[in-house]
Design a protein around this ligand. Structure first.
Ligand code: ADP
Length: 187
């Protein structure tokens, strides 16, 4: 199954993505994680991404599109994959549609994990205390939420029009939400 997993920062996407991917035996492709790893290692990609990630802005489309295009053609993606944090702009969504079309392996489902804004800030500040991520400070959190609203939220409509959107309520216990996601995926 080829899945796009959407939702605002702090919705719990990453945690749920791990559970779903190990259940289905497919790789979780997190563009945020790929970028953070590159930043930790100080590679060229990491140096290019740093200022964007640290300010809560999006890394340029061409950079992340290139990453995903290569990654989904790796052998472990043959059975499917889950994209976590990509696409985040309409340009990325269009590029993804084009590349999956060219490969003859279109997306099966776009899941949107919905959580209200005020709940998100709380969760992100909590995570900041626990995980020590470079972009989990209050001003950067606000900026990431705004970036999400402006650039990524329109993708919900995009995938609704594509006819592959499934919406999941992201409020509840971890187990409840996993259950809802599995139901939405029919697994
Ligand atoms: P969150 O879901 O909490 O926003 P991510 O780990 O998905 O965190 O992303 C962290 C940061 O990495 C983003 O704020 C952005 O700067 C960058 N990033 C990740 N994915 C993308 C993408 N698809 N396009 C542009 N920038 C991205």
């Amino acid at each position: 199954m080829r899945i796009v997993f959407m939702g605002p920062p702090g919705a719990g996407k990453g945690t749920q993505a791990k559970i779903i991917c190990s259940g289905l035996g497919i790789p979780q492709i997190s563009t945020g994680e790929i970028l953070r790893n590159a930043m930790d290692k100080g590679t060229e990609l990491g140096r290019e991404a740093k200022s964007f990630v640290e300010s809560g802005a999006l890394v340029p489309d061409s950079v992340v599109i290139g990453i995903v295009k290569e990654r989904i053609q790796e052998p472990d993606c043959e059975k499917g994959y889950l994209l976590d944090g990509f696409p985040r702009t309409l340009e990325q969504a269009d590029a993804l549609k084009k590349m999956t079309g060219e490969l003859g392996k279109p997306l099966d489902v776009a899941l949107n994990l919905a959580v209200p804004q005020d709940e998100l800030v709380q969760r992100l500040l909590e995570r900041a205390r626990k995980e020590n991520r470079p972009d989990d400070t209050e001003p950067v959190i606000k900026s990431r939420l705004q970036t999400y609203e402006e650039q990524t939220l329109p993708l919900v409509d995009y995938y609704r029009k594509e006819g592959i959107l499934k919406e999941v309520n992201g409020l509840g216990s971890l187990e409840e939400i996993t259950g809802r996601i599995k139901e939405a995926l029919g697994i």
